[in-house]
Ligand binder design. Sequence first.
Ligand code: NAD
Length: 247
Amino acid sequence: MNMRTLREAIQKSDNVVFFGGAGTSTESGIPDFRSARGIYRGATESTASADLSPEEILSASSLERHPQLFFQFYREHLIHREALPNRAHQVLARWEDRGIIRAVVTQNIDGLHQRAGSRCVHELHGSVWRNYCQGCGRRYTLDETLGIPGAIPRCAGCNAVVRPDVVLFGEMLDDSVVEAAIDAISNAEILIVAGSSLVVYPAAGFLDYYRGNHLVLINRDPTPFDRRAQWVFRRSIGEVLTELDSG
Ligand code: NAD
């Protein structure tokens, strides 16, 4: 099916859901994990001495056993304060304003959808902008948490480690966020899936809840779900969404 048919379907719809991954933010200068320029390829230097893979370092057990290494890697590779929303985030925010987008479900932790103006955003993996004390639960901003370079962040009240409100490898997703995401996807008329290698479960399993016949996949590399989609674009998300927004 062609671009024009899809553009018309989107412009007429009031129930488009966007399900995005790290590729949604690469055009903002934030590397993804698994593509050629992703964090997994570039991270070997800082992890080689520890002999741990990025997934091991970004795990709950590493936060507990190697907090120094965890925070060093986390700061270096996952914190991008200077990043701004790109044209993909902006198109989605505009579509929500126009009543086209019902929800954005994201695996990203960078908060760029909200910065672009999207309001209904289900963050499956949490956000780097929220942090809390593992001991007493006190909340901290990103600046308060990572303000002192090289330090393991500690609670001013109880001295326990302050951690990001991000789902680490080996941790469960938040039930209420999962429920809201499944509800949006299972009732969507059009589902646009973009910028995810779709190999991380349970996030990739969310696609199974879609019951419609307008599945759109935008991803530079092939994914295990390409054959299920009615539209597959192997190019830039910003470019494709801009084209779908025009005319
Ligand atoms: P991934 O790295 O496994 O896959 C990203 C996919 O996006 C790749 O297949 C790549 O081909 C594609 N891609 C990259 N840039 C693109 C572009 N501009 N246009 C079209 N396609 C593009 O990402 P994932 O499946 O989301 O899994 C990574 C996990 O790591 C996520 O769960 C996420 O929480 C986390 N992560 C988040 C960020 C962020 O918040 N920005 C960044 C890196 C990783």
